[in-house]
Design a protein around this ligand. Structure first.
Ligand code: F6P
Length: 342
């Protein structure tokens, strides 16, 4: 068989480990051949590809990013996507596609599979918010980077008796904020799932000061919002999937907390540094396991499935089921962090 591989959406440490696993096991174990499409769904739409071989995928396991490039191209924004991708596949003699992506890339994969295209999904996102899997690779690396940053900010916040607001990624789900906040000993954590009350945030900071701790670390997910009518927030431009380009809540909080409490407050936005660089050992192993499961599924003709981690085991779930809902932070998860606030 010849199989196409693509990586779509925001990049994430571990993508290259999946590509390597698919190609290595696919060639050595099954005798298949591979093409890699460039920049997510743009590749098969425009027939932009490169051959993937054992040689071309050597040495990429510890490399961040993706050797195939990525984009937020939404194939479904074009009415003829399924036909164009089918034409590309026929012209290259492909039996199927392995799409490595998050909610958008895999949501499109599920729809294209319903339209008759043979696709297998592999879940990725630093946000860890895909419904069909317990965990996504990239998340462990992102929380390690964010925790390292919080540790560093802690010592300077303490020296200068300042509050430091740390804005981390997390559009719909606050997993990065929650886990790095717990690991870094944050005094307040704000996540998209729970609109926050700015009065309560300031109360916690004042209480901390009253206890003789003249600094605080506030970790905020970029998608966190204040309860309606309590604080002004800015609008943002959107991408092809209709998602707003987020960022800015950290700066808003910096001003609001300083104005309301009178304590000096500064914001740090971690941004794309959370997605860059080498994956942790955990993410390399998870990405490799998912890549092997994906090529095993393709070899078995099990199209329309996604490789997923369930209770520490790698299994297949139906793509439609996997993208049906996002996995967000529950009250129970949040309560663990809340015990340490203020
Ligand atoms: O989807 C992962 C993610 O890193 C989100 O946390 C973030 O909101 C988004 O991507 C940023 O996307 P971009 O790199 O396109 O600005």
């Amino acid at each position: 068989m010849r199989i196409g591989v693509l990586t779509g959406g925001g990049d994430c440490p571990g993508l290259n480990a999946v590509i390597r696993a698919v190609v290595r096991k696919g060639i050595d174990g099954y005798g298949h051949a591979f093409v890699g499409f460039r920049d997510g769904w743009r590749g098969p739409l425009e027939s932009d590809y490169q051959e993937l071989t054992i040689e071309s995928t050597r040495g990429i396991l510890p490399r961040g990013g993706t050797i195939l490039g990525s984009s937020r191209t939404n194939p479904l924004a074009r009415g003829d996507a399924a036909d164009r991708i089918r034409e590309t596949m026929e012209s290259l003699g492909l039996s199927g596609l392995i799409a490595i992506g998050g909610e958008d890339t895999l949501g499109a994969a599920a729809k294209l599979h319903s339209a008759g295209l043979p696709v297998i999904g592999v879940p990725k996102t630093i946000d860890n918010d895909l419904g069909g899997t317990d965990l996504t690779f990239g998340f462990d690396t992102a929380i390690q980077i964010a925790t390292d940053a919080i540790d560093r900010l802690h010592s300077t916040a303490e020296s200068h008796h300042r509050n430091l607001v740390v804005e981390v990624m997390g559009r719909h789900a606050g997993w990065i904020a929650l886990y790095s906040g717990i690991a870094g000993g944050a005094d307040v954590i704000l996540i998209p799932e729970r609109p926050f009350d700015i009065d309560e945030v300031c109360r916690l900071i004042r209480r901390r000061h009253a206890r003789g701790r003249y600094f605080a670390i506030i970790v905020v997910a970029e998608g966190a919002t204040p309860s309606e009518g309590t604080m002004e927030v800015l609008g943002a431009a959107t991408d092809e999937f209709g998602h707003a380009r987020l960022g800015g809540i950290g700066q808003r909080l910096e001003r609001e907390i300083e104005d309301r409490t009178g304590f000096e407050t500064r914001a740090t936005v971690l941004g794309h540094v959370q997605r860059g660089g080498t994956p942790t050992a955990f993410d390399r192993v998870l990405a490799t396991r998912l890549g092997v499961a994906a090529i095993d599924a393709a070899d078995g003709g099990r199209w329309g499935q996604m490789a997923s981690l369930r209770s520490m085991r790698v299994e297949l779930v139906r793509l439609e089921e996997a993208v049906a809902s996002l996995r967000t932070v529950t009250d129970e998860d949040f309560e663990v962090a809340r015990a340490f606030f203020g």
